[in-house]
Design a protein around this ligand. Structure first.
Ligand code: URA
Length: 257
């Protein structure tokens, strides 16, 4: 379970503003958590929640100290700040940076690959916001042959318990009787989305690796290690999210409703 804390503390930890300023903003009804406007102080949230300040500019605290890393997460590491069961967390992997970094979104315990780690609240909010439509590319491996024609359903959208998925792209890399590999690009970030999309077709993913987030890929980053992103790269990612948000990209499956 994610560590819970008061909303004002989480805002300060994410570098959005000071605790005092956060309390002010909450009283003014200007703070949303996961899209819901918060009206009282002390609401418990985790650093993985999407916290947004609506309608006003907040000057970020320690803005010149914002740092973002691209981690190639190994399997068997949990995407949270702490783990009750003592398992290694992604934050443990960046301990030597001595910063209060947290993961932007999450990868499953047994998914490897690209994960942004930051203390930049704006970046985190932008990347995890559903309207950012940032491409995320995954490599899924199976110990059997798959029926390629079924994968066409990905391009139209698949019905999952939490609704239709947005159209996704795919490419079959290998398809033999004992092993198949499929590359899939999705534009949302729902919980266990890729595994659930394949399960909806009747296929259980054996191994899952996130190769890239937007233009950032981990091909040259060893598993368990990371690189620091330049300010330009961070700005570029933010600008892609902002541009998609501004375009208000409507997934094609919603257009005809
Ligand atoms: N989809 C999944 O199924 N798992 C992940 O970790 C990320 C995307």
């Amino acid at each position: 379970m994610e560590e819970k804390m008061r909303l004002q503390k989480a805002m300060a930890q994410k570098g959005i503003c000071s605790r005092r300023k956060a309390e002010e903003l909450i009283s003014q009804g200007k703070v949303k958590v996961n899209g819901v406007l918060i009206k009282e102080q002390g609401v418990q949230v985790s650093l993985l929640d999407n916290i947004e300040v609506v309608g006003i500019e907040v000057s970020p605290q320690e803005s010149n100290e914002f740092v973002t890393f691209l981690l190639n997460k190994p399997n068997g590491v949990i995407s949270s700040a702490k783990d009750d069961r003592g398992r290694t967390t992604v934050c443990d992997l960046l301990k030597k940076e001595n910063k209060r970094l947290y993961p932007v979104g999450r990868l499953d315990y047994n998914t490897s690959g690209a994960l942004l780690m930051t203390n930049d609240g704006e970046l985190s909010n932008l990347v995890t916001h559903p309207s950012s439509h940032l491409d995320k590319t995954y490599i899924a491996t199976f110990p059997f042959k798959i029926d390629e024609s079924l994968l066409e359903l990905f391009t139209k959208g698949i019905l999952l318990e939490d609704g239709m998925t947005e159209p996704a792209e795919y490419k079959v890399i290998l398809n033999t009787n004992i092993k198949s590999i499929v590359k899939v690009t999705i534009h949302e970030g729902r919980n266990r989305q890729v595994r659930r999309m394949f399960l909806a077709l009747g296929y259980k993913v054996k191994a899952l690796h996130r190769e890239s987030i937007g233009f950032l890929d981990v091909k040259n980053i060893e598993r368990g290690t990371y690189i620091k992103l330049s300010d330009e790269e961070v700005e570029r990612i933010k600008n892609i999210c902002k541009a998609n948000k501004a375009k208000n990209v409507i997934p094609s499956y919603k257009k005809n409703k």
